[in-house]
Design a protein around this ligand. Structure first.
Ligand SMILES: [Ca+2]
Length: 99
């Protein structure tokens, strides 16, 4: 009976450990995605004003170009990196992803 408790406790620790690792994987994956997004944004932002027009996004950030009017909800004619991140997070959550 005592050994059964030890096995159960070991299994619980293994599951918690696996969940912790999965969380760490998600966090580092998310960091890499944000870093990549930031790099691509900076490259696409030709005039360096911190905003992306549809023309700047074209050919460099296809996802942003395709969804430009949705991301640019205020019809400003340009989108910030934060607006893109918010939009990506909304899309990911709508798909049920942890983001
Ligand atoms: Ca720009």
């Amino acid at each position: 009976m005592k050994s059964q408790h030890i096995v159960t406790a070991t299994l619980c620790l293994a599951l918690v450990g696996a969940a912790g690792l999965a969380h760490a994987d998600n966090a580092s994956r998310q960091e890499r995605l944000v870093q990549k997004l930031t790099e691509r944004f900076t490259t696409a932002d030709v005039n360096g004003d911190g905003l992306l027009t549809a023309a700047e996004a074209e050919g460099k950030m296809r996802f942003v170009h395709r969804h430009f009017s949705e991301i640019d909800s205020g019809q400003q004619g340009a989108v910030s990196l934060d607006q893109i991140k918010d939009f990506v997070a909304q899309k990911a959550m709508a798909r049920g992803a942890v983001f």
